[in-house]
Write a protein that binds this ligand. Structure first.
Ligand code: RFL
Ligand code: PHB
Length: 396
């Protein structure tokens, strides 16, 4: 058995874990990342595409924003189409100049992996049986197995950046966490293709056949999503069927511009809202998807993960440099205030744009609410303010 000591063990090398590792490293705080799968596997997950200003500022602080600035697309507006009518939300005009950047999670992960290699900090990929221990004591540790050999990582703190299906949240004793969950009756079927996108801006589409989203990764790579029933199987969707269904849901102008092509990736994601409270127990912190999940309709999942990372890195910096251990128990409340706003906004966008029954009174009320938010400037302002992302809280 090999024993090793570090200041912070980070479980999970997704965007949360890698970004936290980089920010801590820049502060001279030693950390080791343990990841269950390979680096290639992590890079193969096609997920988020919309980055809030706060997140891009944090990437800059971490010294990893060069390629994002050069290759990411700055978006000043977003479009929402309801039954064929297209409404443009002027994000920067309504928020005093704030914007979002369209830059794929895969690219962010790539940039963070490069920075990690350059930093010389250790990342252990394909670590089996990762397990945190003694998290409620002054000497926590993490065990894992590589090549059949058990290894021990002793540390001061553990950051659970291991996503919704990770091991950190279930390692907290029963009765400590309160979990809130809502499962939606539909999923998103996503398709990535090397075809020019139908539109410069993203278009969120409410349609009688179901929601659709036109997104992109660049001027030559499109990312589209279709609402499908929650039990739908990706095998039932040939590329032709996907394009045909998308075509039917697109507003007329966009439909004329649609260019189809072979898919590079196709997958179905279920939609869920989930929050575990508190996000800290003893010397372990839950970060990003390990603590909360939102449906992708508001583009908030990765952005909430980034604000957790920002809070934790600032707290740990003060803990290690100024002995401010009083801040440890503040982590959860600071994060959760912003998380719940994101959960509410994502739920709201999902409820407004997906196929719930429109024929009963609640359906009619939802349609009226959406039309208010799209047609009135006050409504568009509230939407824009949340889409670009609420500010991060200062740590005093
Ligand atoms: P991740 O990315 O799930 O990474 C967790 C990592 O932990 C590893 N792991 C373990 N490692 C060691 N031991 C164990 N026992 C482990 N168990 C798990 C995993 O292998 C993995 O590498 O979580 P993280 O870092 O918190 O990042 C969260 C984001 O990935 C997620 O919130 C976003 O992708 C959500 N999301 C979006 N967010 C946005 O902000 N904007 C968007 O436009 C957006 N679009 C999306 C999305 C998510 C989607 N899907 C598929 C759920 C679109 C989609 C379709
Ligand atoms: C994406 O490009 O993958 C994307 C964009 C916006 C969302 C969700 C996903 O709301």
């Amino acid at each position: 058995m090999r024993r090793q000591k570090t200041q912070v063990v980070i479980v999970g090398a997704g965007p949360s874990g890698l970004l936290l590792g980089q920010l801590l490293h820049k502060q001279g705080i030693d950390n080791v990342i343990v990841e269950r799968v390979s680096a290639e596997y992590v890079l193969g997950r096609i997920r988020a595409g919309v980055i809030e200003q706060g997140f891009s500022d944090l990437m800059e602080e971490a010294g990893v924003s060069g390629r994002m600035k050069a290759e990411g697309e700055v978006h000043h507006a977003v479009e929402i189409a309801t039954y064929g009518d297209v409404h443009s939300i002027d994000l920067s005009g309504l928020t005093g100049g704030k914007v979002v950047t369209v830059y794929g999670q895969t690219e962010i992960t790539h940039d963070l992996m490069d920075a990690r290699s350059a930093s010389g900090q250790q990342t252990i990929y394909e670590a089996a049986d990762v397990q945190p221990h003694d998290i409620n004591t002054d000497s926590p540790f993490v065990t894992y197995t590589v090549d059949g050999q058990q290894q021990v990582l002793e540390c001061d703190y553990i950051a659970g950046c291991d996503g919704y299906h990770g091991i950190c949240r279930p390692s907290i004793p029963e009765g400590v966490l309160k979990e809130y969950e809502k499962i939606y009756p539909f999923g998103w079927l996503g398709l990535l293709a090397d075809t020019p996108p139908v539109n410069f801006e993203l278009i969120y589409i409410k349609h009688e056949r179901g929601f659709a989203l036109c997104s992109k990764r660049s001027e030559t790579r499109s990312r589209y999503y279709l609402e499908v029933p929650v039990d739908e199987k990706v095998e039932n969707w040939s590329d032709d069927r996907f394009w045909e269904e998308l075509r039917r849901r697109l507003p007329a102008d966009a439909e004329k511009r649609l260019v189809t092509g072979p898919s590079l990736e196709k997958s179905i994601a279920p939609l869920r809202s989930f929050v575990a409270e508190p996000m800290q127990y003893g010397r372990m912190f839950l970060v990003g998807d390990a603590a909360h999940i939102v449906p992708p309709t508001g583009a908030k999942g990765l952005n909430l993960a980034a604000s957790d990372v920002s809070t934790l890195y600032r707290i740990l910096t003060k803990v290690f440099k100024q002995g401010r251990t009083d801040l440890i128990e503040k982590y959860s409340q600071i994060c959760l205030r912003r998380v719940w706003h994101g959960v509410r906004f994502s739920w709201w966008m999902t409820s407004m744009l997906h196929s719930f029954d429109e024929s009963d009174i609640e359906g009619r009320i939802r349609s009226s609410e959406l039309s208010f938010f799209l047609k009135e400037e006050a409504g568009r302002r509230v939407l824009a303010q949340q889409y670009v992302g609420l500010p991060y809280e200062e740590i005093e």
